[in-house]
Write a protein that binds this ligand. Structure first.
Ligand code: IFM
Length: 442
């Protein structure tokens, strides 16, 4: 199914990219990589589908040249990737030369193909040594993130088109320390509250370190969701505001207004570190761009039987992806417009992730996935509508280039434009890959 838009429908210089993340594709058993909290989490029964982990993943560590050829063949301008902290610093403090050499070769290989490298410094591989001291619940982890930033930027910063500090701080903190779905799998409000602050402190410290090194075009990537109330009762409207506060406003207010939203802070403050206002200037250090990851909306109702935040999610009626996420492109437009109007104004924005998982199968060397082309078209339409409403949107990255390790869901959920057979490591570009390539090259 053809993609309904082409390059010509977007402003001059608009960048299209494909995105990946280290643990999900590299194979952590290669290159003297250290262990991270995902290795432990996935080895604990019940945490990850089929007990799978990222030790081999897509074996991108050995196959990155072939994978970058696919990015090029797909007609993309940019490649979004991340560096694994556990690969760069296996014990959380000592540099692993093999790890940096690998990223050095990867950076060169991206540039050799005239692709613009868009780097994320942290996409969730917290070294085990730092997990041992409490991970993101401990302020020390934020300070150590500066060492990782310095090591990576000194090695490959000269070739980066754009750098983000952290991918999806809500996932790093709330999903992982309060909801327990991601490593380290905690369900502890005190640890979560601290992580919600320390991950932003790490961002601020990292921005500061990169400014000192003269790195340009630096930002952060937030995953936003459009939160909607299940009904118009006052209690459901308040539940909507609470989730919006925790998921969206917490990060946007901190980064762009140097404060946490009062309606959330009044309940979380009992668990937060002391003197947090002293960190807000650093957390709100100026950035050059903001990345938004968008997948779906979230419908919520109050759950008065549960303690704060007393929220339950309600399944909506729209078509769902393999993740069970509703396909709701309007939420992309409204999120972009909201961020631009309420927070960022003219600051360049990128859609750093958007995509869908489907139960794709290979038949006669082909993967037929018209639903994905349709998903891409509808979200490009939403991005275009946001631009028409004045959003300074500069690019759009599809998640993901390859089928990969989808965290707690293991290898079952397939987000890739390229199918990966995890037994043989054979790559098969799906029909949507060819459709998008046509749209980007015509
Ligand atoms: O696979 C993840 C990615 O690591 C972060 N953003 C959401 C994607 C899909 O769940």
């Amino acid at each position: 199914m053809p993609i309904k838009y082409s390059r010509k429908d977007f402003p001059e210089g608009f960048k299209f990219g494909a995105a990946t993340a280290a643990y999900q594709i590299e194979g952590s058993e290669n290159g003297n990589c250290g262990t991270c909290h995902w290795d432990t989490f996935s080895t604990t029964p019940g945490n990850v589908n089929n007990g799978e982990n990222g030790s081999i993943a897509c074996d991108h560590f050995h196959r990155f040249e072939e994978d970058l050829d696919l990015v090029k063949a797909g007609g993309f301008d940019s490649y979004r990737f991340s560096t694994s902290w556990a690969r760069v610093m296996p014990d959380g403090k000592t540099i692993n030369k093999d790890g940096l050499d690998y990223y050095d070769r990867l950076a060169d290989a991206i540039c050799e193909r005239n692709l613009l490298p868009n780097l994320t410094l942290y996409h969730w591989e917290l070294p085990s040594a730092l997990a041992d001291i409490g991970g993101w619940a401990n302020r020390e982890t934020a300070k150590r993130f500066v060492d990782h930033t310095n090591a990576v930027i000194k090695c490959i910063g000269d070739r980066m088109d754009a750098v983000a500090t952290i991918n999806e701080p809500w996932c790093v903190a709330w999903l992982s320390y309060f909801l327990g779905h991601h490593a380290p799998g905690l369900r502890d409000i005190r640890a979560a509250a601290r992580a919600m602050h320390h991950v932003l402190l790490a961002h601020g410290l990292s921005i500061d370190a990169m400014r000192s090194l003269g790195t340009s075009n630096i930002g952060i990537v937030l995953n936003l969701t459009e939160v909607q109330q299940a009904s118009d009762t006052q209690s459901d409207v308040s539940a909507k505001d609470r989730l919006d506060g925790i998921h969206n406003r917490w990060f946007l207010d901190a980064i762009f207004k140097a404060e946490y939203p009062d309606d959330i802070l009044k309940d979380l403050i009992h668990f937060m570190p002391t003197n947090l206002e002293d960190d807000m200037t650093l957390i709100s250090s100026s950035i050059d761009w903001i990345g938004i990851n968008y997948y779906t909306r979230t419908i919520v109702a109050e759950d008065a039987n549960e303690p704060w935040p007393s929220i339950k999610e309600i399944k909506g009626p729209l078509q769902q992806t393999q993740m069970g996420w509703e396909i709701y492109p309007d939420g992309l437009k409204s999120s972009l417009v909201r961020v631009s109007r309420e927070y960022t104004g003219e600051l360049p924005m990128l859609v750093t992730e958007n995509g869908m998982a489907w139960k794709d199968t290979v038949l006669n060397e082909k993967v037929f996935d018209p639903i994905r082309a349709d998903y891409i078209s509808s979200h490009l339409s939403a991005a275009k509508a946001a631009i028409d409403q004045g959003v300074n949107l500069k690019g759009f990255f599809y998640w993901s280039l390859l089928d990969n390790f989808e965290w707690a869901f293991g290898y079952e959920k397939r987000f890739g434009l390229v199918h990966v057979d995890f037994e043989t490591q054979k790559r098969t570009p799906k029909a949507s890959f060819h459709d998008l390539a046509l749209a980007l090259t015509s």
